[in-house]
Design a protein around this ligand. Structure first.
Ligand SMILES: [Ca+2]
Ligand SMILES: [Ca+2]
Length: 491
């Protein structure tokens, strides 16, 4: 693809696109259609997916009632489970194996943490260790971190996340269950139920971080990070900023997304006197008191919706135009949504359902993020689907002095496909004649190819010698549509 010297290639690009980034004041459509790509199926009760930090080869999938952690390695589901704790858990409804988080130093210490309901139905957070085989954990390595009694079978929370900013373990605890928090536990500072906890698990027994928000408040236990959540089923950290997004499941009316800036603990999210922005009339706190934090977004139980599944703020590499876009879903209606949040207001709220499976993904239990920051949708029905662009770019390895092949699929049949590259990284470059925004900085046109009748376009180019070690970003586009971005280093 480096057939021409760079400066001539730039001139070629400008001539062909007729544009350069700086010459634009208009802001044409950034439309980029998303799709899902199924990466695994048959994982009955799939509940969550994640990867160890920096591990771009493997996805680890939780199976709620099977009590197993399974590995998808380079796209293949391994037969042997990473871990099987079926004998230690209770199952059914909201019980089972509910959370998994790898220690930030997993690569060196081999520690990971799971959250499950034990055979008595109580919440257990436990530490495990990997064996000498990186694809198998040690069942006998269990060290219990924390046990919390559960008065009812539902609202067990179960989400575990390490903050990318402070390295502490955050634990989502539901209010204990039943309905309307009958014990008023979420507002009771002596109860760990109805809270998000934050503890230091670098060594066990765990310790309390010195700057936990209630450490000087005798009325509130020191493990507590936030108060007043009902069932913080899934929450996540923005891997860049450390900001927290939390989907708190409502009672019968309001589903909510809560948000806090990195490190901004000590909040009270209002349950049980508030369900989203609604005053429940229940005691325990004062509705709309200034000490309560309202959600940044909520929706009602219309259109068959019943329960929010909190997701992730996209920080991946493949779809730069999605940067800082938060995805979440409703468990019952199968709707998948996204929005942008700038710390002040929610914008660009979008119903993504038709793009992301068209409602075919049932019982969305979680979203997950791989080591590259790409987002997956996890269905209890047993599928793992990756969020991708509908029009897809793939590339062979780029080797200096050898030919490389770029391949686009799902282009418009017989349409013109433009292949671009950048040596400057990602950016936003509008190309008005094509009504697209290329997600590259200073893109250079490598070639134009007419797609075949199946929407496949292939470009073959020689990579110039002497470019070994150089990073290059690749993207393709057509009228009104663009592909993913590939970032790769020339070999
Ligand atoms: Ca305290
Ligand atoms: Ca709330």
């Amino acid at each position: 693809m480096y057939r021409k010297p760079i400066h001539r290639a730039v001139a070629y690009a400008v001539a062909c696109f007729g544009v350069v980034a700086v010459s634009f004041t208009a802001s044409p459509s950034q439309a980029q259609t998303l799709a899902v790509e199924q990466v695994a199926s048959g994982l009955s009760g799939a509940l969550y997916v994640t990867s160890p930090p920096g591990d771009t080869q493997r996805l680890f999938v939780l199976q709620q009632n099977a009590g197993q952690i399974r590995i998808i390695k380079d796209g293949n589901l391994l037969t042997t489970p990473f871990l099987d704790v079926r004998t230690r858990i209770s199952t059914g409804g909201e019980r089972g194996l509910l959370g998994l988080a790898f220690h930030p130093d997993y690569d060196s210490n081999g520690y990971f943490f799971i959250n499950y309901t034990n055979t008595s139905g109580n919440t257990v957070v436990a530490r495990y260790e990997v064996t000498a085989d990186p694809d198998v954990a040690d069942f006998n390595s269990e060290e219990i971190v924390l046990t919390v009694s559960q008065p009812y079978s539902n609202h067990n929370g179960g989400c575990l996340q390490f903050s990318p900013m402070d390295g502490y373990l955050y634990i989502g605890m539901g209010d204990g269950g039943s309905a309307n928090d009958p014990g008023n536990r979420a507002q009771n500072g002596q109860e760990l139920l109805g809270k998000v906890l934050r503890i230091n698990v670098d060594q066990l027994p765990y310790t309390i971080p010195a700057d936990n928000p209630f450490i000087n408040d005798p009325a509130v236990r020191d493990e507590i990070w936030t108060i007043g959540v009902r069932n913080p089923w899934r929450f996540s950290f923005d891997r860049i900023t450390g900001d927290l997004y939390l989907g708190d499941v409502g009672q019968g009316s309001n589903e909510e997304v809560d948000f806090e800036l990195a490190g901004d603990g000590g909040r009270n999210y209002g349950w049980r006197c508030m369900e989203g922005t609604r005053c429940t009339g229940l005691s325990g706190c004062t509705c709309n008191a200034p000490t309560l934090t309202l959600p940044i977004y909520e929706y009602l139980h219309s259109g068959g919706r019943c329960s929010i599944t909190g997701g992730y703020n996209y920080r991946g590499q493949a779809i730069p135009l999605l940067d800082n876009t938060y995805f979440f879903a409703d468990y019952c209606s199968r709707n998948i949504y996204s929005f942008n949040y700038d710390g002040q207001q929610v914008t660009n709220f979008t119903d993504r359902t038709s793009e992301l499976g068209g409602g075919s993904i049932s019982s969305i239990a979680s979203f997950g993020e791989d080591a590259n920051g790409e987002i997956y949708i996890v269905s209890l029905g047993g599928t793992i689907n990756k969020i991708v662009t509908k029009m897809k770019l793939e590339a062979t390895d780029l080797v200096a002095g050898q030919r490389a092949t770029l391949r686009v699929t799902n282009a418009t049949p017989n349409g013109n496909v433009y292949f671009a590259y950048s040596l400057a990284g990602t950016g936003q470059t509008p190309i008005p004649p094509l009504n697209i925004t290329v997600a590259l900085q200073s893109p250079v046109l490598a070639g134009r190819v007419q797609a075949n009748g199946s929407g496949v376009a292939i470009l073959s180019r020689s990579v110039p010698s002497g470019t070994s070690g150089q990073r290059v970003w690749l993207q393709a586009g057509e009228q009104g549509e663009t592909t993913n971005v590939i970032s790769t280093v020339i070999q």
